[in-house]
Design a binder for this molecule. Sequence first.
Ligand SMILES: C[S@@+](CC[C@H](N)C(=O)[O-])C[C@H]1O[C@@H](n2cnc3c(N)ncnc32)[C@H](O)[C@@H]1O
Length: 344
Amino acid sequence: MSALGHPAWCATRPQSDKNSNRNAVLGYGCCMEKPTGPPASSWTSMARWACAASMAEGPRPFGAPGRLPNMQANSSFWPSLDAFRRLTSIIDAFADSGYALSGVIRKDSEETLWGEVPPNRSVFEENGVLYEVDVWHGHKTGFFLDQRPNRQRLRELARGKDVLDLFSYTGGFAVAAALGGAKSTRAVDAARKAVEACQRNYELNGLTAKVCSLSEGGIQHALHVQDCWEFLQKAARRRMKADIVVLDPPSMAPRASARPKALKAYETLNQGALRLLRPGGRLISCSCSSHITRQDLLNVVQAAAQDSGRKVRLEEEGGAGADHPVRRSFPEGAYLQVLHLMVE
Ligand SMILES: C[S@@+](CC[C@H](N)C(=O)[O-])C[C@H]1O[C@@H](n2cnc3c(N)ncnc32)[C@H](O)[C@@H]1O
């Protein structure tokens, strides 16, 4: 139980480069769903994730491929000796790979299953950017950890550009772009709390952003609490232009039956985003829907380009980070599609 002595769930800015990977670990496990399957399978997938994390470099906050692990900790099952053994083996797996896990929580019942109780707001570092995270009430683990490499890529591309982050949540992409030297950033999300957290994330990184309406001009880093469909319509009427648009909507096809409706929704969103791009601009179009394939998203963007009279070229592609391995037996694990399209 070597992890027990090393509580480090709340990461702070690293003291030195040498220690940065270790210090930046967000070590809280989250349980999102009520237990459904047999205990062994969910625990096994979590242990696999721990192994995968140990092979990759850099901070690897807690997570699991595809869906987050069921902790099998309901009252009828917990604290059985079996469950306790499994929990300790996972804590040890983290410790053996150098990650000091300091707590495991169950989100639906708001219980701390092991270790320290996390506060509502804690700060961790991703690729040198500080972000606040609420592991209790935020989406998933409190942060969309799967997009880590794609946020880093945006940061590299952002210098001198006007960047629009649609479905921004707490501003993962927008803050990275601002730190990458974007001329301006604009983040839009319907959830007020997420936008307020986004504002704090700018501040954490020494930047200032303002929550405002679309009609306010002269703001370098603007934040909008707004439905993105509405925003796209208003922005088009105002002839707003951007050099880079990040489109990262929530999952729209969690079930196969939702596919047709989801494809139409993706097409409308991509069409709206393409209209705002200057010639030479870049659309970073994402889908985290497990029933939308890469080819689906390519088709959607192609149709959206035709509808909006734009020509697009696929420039590069991304996906979830290395800590989201895809099992052969579960191809849906490759759920995150990220296409970079250059617009003529
Ligand atoms: C996949 S998350 C975005 C993650 C974000 N790009 C990041 O890197 O952290 C989707 C976000 O869409 C927001 N959302 C859902 N429906 C929306 C809508 N109609 N308009 C605006 N935002 C919406 C949710 O509040 C959520 O924050």
